[in-house]
Design a protein. Sequence first.
Length: 261
Amino acid sequence: MIEKLRAENPIVHCITNHVVSNFQANGLLAIGASPIMGEAPEEAAELASLSGAVSLNIGTLNAGTLESMLIAGKTANQLGRPVVLDPVGVGATAFRAAAAEKILREVNIAVLRCNAGELAAICGTEWRGKGVDAGSGEADVKQLAVEAANKLGLVVAVTGPIDFVTDGNDLVEIPFGHPLMSAITGSGCLLSAVVAAFLAISPENVLNAVAEALRFYGQAGERAGQSASEPGSFQIEFLNQLSKQSTGHSEHIPGKELQQK
């Protein structure tokens, strides 16, 4: 799929958080997509209509960006373009929780891309949150993902030591990645935008497109970790690997990942 993505160069409209916008844009460029980072309500519909997919991220949320997210998401829905929601730190404040609930209610979200703590907050499951980080808890993350996918009618991609992607019926487990991916700000936020880029070129099969995006991303992280041992050098090498990485590395993918619920 990455060869197709680079050939088609899809535009991804990102309404994202200020902490990661530069890294997210550079990461999309590295994989061969074209980022648009506009967040003004006055242009949200127009930018969404220019794009192959929309990525919404509530990391530095305010009333204006929430309005833009709703406009962009609804416009994308009208045009049949996929929308990805990254509910960053959704359990940290009531404002974030209410905003995520409103987006999920009013916009047809194709993929919820989150960590375990964010998934637990959306599902109303007890979890020891840690700001915008995953935190810790005793919940069965795999089962939570399946339940959320069925309840919300979308694909859930929850990342961690092992990533899970499910549409509520089929479940894909993806074991790739590197510990330093959690030591740099924005690795999850960029992943959500990468998922949107993959969906832009393959909107007809959401589960497979998302799983392929996570495989690609995790393998790039593993390769970056082979030559970089500190967060600063890892971030640079990770962008390099996103640019170098191809789907020609499928021999590293375990033979049986797809499971029935």
